[in-house]
Design a protein around this ligand. Structure first.
Ligand code: NAP
Length: 247
């Protein structure tokens, strides 16, 4: 069976590991956006870069006789997910989304839940604060016009400096992170508040527990809406779906 996996997440990497064991049954191509400079590559066929919108993806599915698509992109990569829904419908290709559940607050959390980055920037207010930004490097514009805060941006690759709010300090790091390390970072940097996307999963969750322990606020940007698709929570369930198609 010819399968296309749209990747870029921990769940996608778990899925590649399982698919590497069944190359006799599934002919898999993994697709990456090309956003990360040194991506973790599977021992499977890999293509890198956009398809050229819905039409480009549709053409690729037809040309490569794809029978199933697994969209294991990040919960905030909604454009790619929306394109997958549209292109698979047009090409009559089966589609499954792998999406980890979002984080939910527990007792002791001091979260402000907001709908987008602009609302996150607004929620910081005008009193100077020491902010740990863990929102990636693409959506920083709203923070340029936020209050006179001290910014520490943690991301995997260094962004174009012109995209950074003035005076931003960079911390280049790739998860997973643990709670002791996160607490040490928050203390060392005297962070008052964390701004994060509600990515879910365990790789970057420790900062939430560390913030809880230190009584710090978290501004949580909730997931954007996305087109409906059949969805499972992890790579194991995705493998079961694939097996059921091939029976
Ligand atoms: P996006 O806004 O939904 O997608 C923008 C465009 O990038 C898409 O229209 C598509 O271009 C291309 N693209 C995205 N994912 C692709 C993939 N796996 N293979 C081929 N092309 C892809 O996506 P994004 O938020 O920029 O995320 C890019 C990648 O980073 C995704 O693979 C995602 O899983 C990963 N990622 C994103 C985040 C996040 O917070 N957004 C966090 C961690 C990892 P065309 O229209 O030309 O096909």
């Amino acid at each position: 069976m010819r399968v296309l996996v749209l990747g870029g997440t921990t769940e996608a990497r778990q899925l590649y590991a399982a698919l590497e064991q069944c190359v006799d049954r599934f002919k898999v191509t993994v697709s990456l956006a090309g956003a990360t400079r040194a991506p973790v590559l599977p021992r499977l066929d890999v293509r890198i870069g956009g398809f050229g919108g819905v039409d480009g993806l549709h053409a690729w599915l037809v040309a490569h006789h794809v029978e199933a698509v697994i969209d294991a992109t990040h919960p905030f990569a909604v454009q790619m997910s929306n394109h997958a829904v549209a292109a698979c419908a047009q090409a009559h290709v089966k589609l499954l989304r792998v999406q980890r559940p979002g984080w939910t607050p527990v007792a002791g959390d001091r979260w402000t839940r907001v709908r987008d980055m602009q609302a996150a920037a607004d929620a910081l207010g005008s009193t100077p604060r020491r902010v740990l930004l863990t929102v990636g490097r693409k959506d920083l514009l709203p923070f340029h016009h936020a209050g006179p805060h001290d910014w520490l941006l943690r991301c995997v690759d260094a962004p174009d400096p012109t995209l950074l709010p003035a005076g931003t300090r960079l911390l280049l790091a790739r998860g997973p992170f643990d709670e002791a390390g996160e607490e040490a970072l928050l203390r060392r940097e005297r962070i008052d508040v964390i701004v994060t996307k509600n990515s879910g999963g365990t790789a970057t969750q420790a900062k939430l527990a560390a913030a809880r322990r230190l009584g710090l606020g978290v501004i949580m940007v909730e997931r954007p809406p996305v087109a409906q698709a059949k969805t499972v929570a992890d790579a194991t369930a995705a493998m079961m779906w694939l097996e059921s198609l091939s029976e």
